[in-house]
Design a protein around this ligand. Structure first.
Ligand code: THU
Length: 160
């Protein structure tokens, strides 16, 4: 038996105003998208914005359903739309923000496991890391240089 350890490096910014200008702009697009979330059940609104290498910004928000599992997270709404509309564009940066009617979201809120898996697929497809920035509605922002940092031991096409 041998033990293996996996290390993840993340960067933490104290406030959105500390981000590079283009990322602040992307986070503002994510916050705008968040306001369009359809979240009557959870009252938890998430916004995602993706900067493409053709300079387009694609946004998405969570879309819920009375049949709960039929809804979709903001990240996948955005990334599937980006993939559908610009299949040849590369995704450079994704910004995420979430707010709740039930509590103050002042801590960074990371993407769920299913969204990490979906984002990983595109990172592998385009052979270029996607930078992920995530936050609550206010407060610190966490940056991961690549989705792979957020999904150690991921399942990918190499196993098929
Ligand atoms: N949600 C997202 O949009 N992204 C995530 O990464 C986590 C969860 C949504 C799904 C659901 O509409 C609500 O937040 C509560 O789980």
């Amino acid at each position: 038996m041998k033990e293996v350890s996996i290390e993840t490096k993340l960067q933490v910014f104290d406030d959105v105003s500390d981000l590079p200008d283009n990322v602040q702009k992307l986070m503002a697009s994510a916050a705008e998208a968040r306001d369009n979330a359809y979240a009557p059940y959870s009252k938890f609104k998430v916004g995602a914005a993706i900067l493409l290498d053709n300079n387009e910004i694609i946004t998405g928000s969570n879309q819920e359903n009375a049949s709960y599992p039929s809804g979709l997270c903001a990240e996948r709404t955005a990334i599937f739309y980006a993939g559908a509309k610009y299949p040849d564009a590369k995704m450079l940066i994704m910004a995420l923000t979430a707010s709740s009617n039930n509590q103050v979201t002042d801590k960074p809120i990371p993407p769920c496991g299913a969204c990490r898996q979906a984002i990983a697929e595109y990172e592998i497809k385009q052979d270029l890391p996607i930078e992920i920035y995530f936050m609550g509605a206010t407060g610190k922002v966490v940056k991961s240089n690549s989705l792979a940092n957020l999904l150690p031991l991921g399942f990918d096409r190499s196993f098929l």
